[in-house]
Design a protein around this ligand. Structure first.
Ligand code: NAP
Length: 263
C-alpha cells in the first residue's frame, strides 16, 4: 500500500537517502529540511532526477514550522532530524546538553504529538524515532548526545505501549543506526575541541582522544547508509512495526553483547 510519509532532517545523510528510497518505492514522500537553502537545493535535485518529492523547510524547534504538518494526512512520520554534541560530563556546559535535548527529544516529541492527533483520529499511522545504538550503551565523551538518544528511545518505547492501550492502530517504533559515515560523527566528536581549552581536565589527552576517535570511527563506520535505509523502509511499510530496527546488524550485535556484559 502506498503511504504518505513525512521525514525530518531530509536535507542530508540518512534522511535524504531514506527520502529517495521511499519515493523510488512509490510512496508520497514529504521531505522536510532544516533550512530553506536545503529545501531549494533538494527541490532542484528531485526535479533533475525526475522524482516526485514534496519539499519544505521544517526546523523542528520552530513552533510555526511544526504547525505546517497539522493539516497533513500522514501515514508515517519519520523523526530523523538530530544534532550531536560531545564533551565530558565532568565539564561540558549544561546549556549545550539542553540544546541537544531540545532538538533530539523535546521538539521531536512536539512534532510527534501534532502528527498523532490526525493519526489517532483516522485510526491509522506509524511514528518512527531515529534514535541510535548510542541510546542503548553510554558512549564516553559523547554523553550529551548519547543521553538524548537514551531519552528518545525510552520515549518511543513508552509511547508505543501507551498507543497499544488506545487500540487505535497507531504504532511507534525505534530506528537504531550504528555508526554510519555521513559526517555526523566527525562534527559531533570535533564539537568539544571548540571549547576544551587548557583549563579542561582532559587538555593533556586531546591528541590521544582525537587519534582514538579517528581510529574508532574509521574502523566502525559503515561506508554507506544502505543498511539503515533498508530498515527504515521496512519499518515504514510494516502493518505492525516491531519495537526496534537496528543496522548495520554487526553493531546491533555488539550493543547486545555490551549490555549482557554490563557496559
Ligand atoms: N551517522 C551516524 O552514525 C548515526 C548513528 C546513529 C544515529 N544517527 C541519527 O540519524 C539521524 C540522521 O543523522 P545523519 O547521520 O544522517 O546526519 P545528518 O546528515 O547531519 O542528518 C541530520 C539532519 O537533521 C537536520 N537537523 C538538525 N537540526 C534540525 C532541526 N532543528 N530541524 C530539522 N532538521 C534538523 C540536519 O540539518 P543540518 O545539516 O543543516 O544541520 C541534518 O540534515 C540523526 O538523528 C542522528 O542522530 C546517526
Amino acid at each position: 500500500m502506498k503511504k504518505t510519509i513525512l521525514i525530518t532532517g531530509a536535507g542530508s545523510g540518512i534522511g535524504l537517502d531514506t527520502a529517495w528510497a521511499l519515493a523510488a518505492r512509490g510512496h508520497q514522500v514529504i521531505a522536510t529540511t532544516f533550512d530553506q537553502a536545503q529545501a531549494d537545493a533538494l527541490r532542484v535535485q528531485a526535479q533533475s532526477r525526475g522524482v516526485a518529492l514534496q519539499v519544505f523547510k521544517l526546523d523542528i524547534t520552530s513552533a510555526a514550522d511544526r504547525q505546517q504538518i497539522a493539516a497533513l494526512e500522514l501515514d508515517v512520520l519519520i523523526n530523523n532530524a538530530g544534532i550531536g554534541e560531545s564533551g565530558s560530563l565532568a565539564e561540558v556546559d549544561v546549556d549545550r546538553i539542553r540544546r541537544v535535548f531540545e532538538v533530539n527529544l523535546f521538539a521531536t516529541l512536539e512534532l510527534t504529538q501534532l502528527a498523532l492527533r490526525g493519526m489517532i483520529e483516522r485510526r491509522r499511522g506509524t511514528v518512527l524515532f531515529v534514535s541510535s545504538v548510542a541510546g542503548r550503551v553510554p558512549v564516553p565523551f559523547l554523553m550529551p548526545y548519547s543521553m538524548s538518544k537514551f531519552a528518545l528511545s525510552a520515549a518511543g518505547a513508552g509511547l508505543r505501549t501507551e498507543l497499544k492501550q488506545l487500540r487505535c492502530n497507531v504504532h511507534a517504533a525505534l530506528i537504531e543506526p550504528g555508526a554510519i559515515h555521513t559526517g555526523f560523527n566527525q562534527s559531533m566528536t570535533d564539537s568539544k575541541y571548540a571549547w576544551m581549552g587548557p583549563q579542561s581536565y582532559f587538555a593533556s589527552q586531546v591528541a590521544r582522544l582525537k587519534a582514538e576517535e579517528a581510529r574508532t570511527f574509521g574502523l566502525l563506520e559503515a561506508r554507506s547508509t544502505r543498511s539503515i535505509v533498508a530498515q527504515i523502509v521496512k519499518a515504514a511499510e510494516a502493518r505492525k512495526p516491531r519495537l526496534r530496527y537496528v543496522a548495520p546488524w554487526i553493531q546491533g550485535f555488539g550493543v547486545r553483547l555490551a549490555r549482557i556484559f554490563g557496559v
